[in-house]
Design a protein around this ligand. Structure first.
Ligand code: SF4
Length: 74
């Protein structure tokens, strides 16, 4: 199961079964990734480039992203 969060420009994909709760995302960009909040990913919390940079630091592959209009990742 995966969840998708979009700001209209990009979409962040999160796979909870892959997430290792390493905390890297919410320590790095807490305005977007906040495990206390529901939904826990707020794609309005930073600009797309900052979100992409943080998503790409996810060590487990639980987070990925695509630009809206592009083909979705597998
Ligand atoms: S960085 Fe990736 S593995 Fe770590 S808590 Fe965030 S989504 Fe989960």
């Amino acid at each position: 199961m995966k969840k998708e969060y979009t700001n209209g420009d990009i979409t962040v994909v999160w796979k909870p079964d892959v997430c290792q709760h390493s905390a890297i995302c919410w320590k790095g960009l807490n305005d977007v990734f906040n495990p206390q909040a529901r939904p826990w990913i707020n794609v309005e919390g930073a600009d797309s480039e900052a979100i992409i940079a943080q998503v790409e630091k996810c060590p487990s592959g639980a987070l990925s992203w695509f630009r809206n209009g592009d083909e979705k990742p597998a």
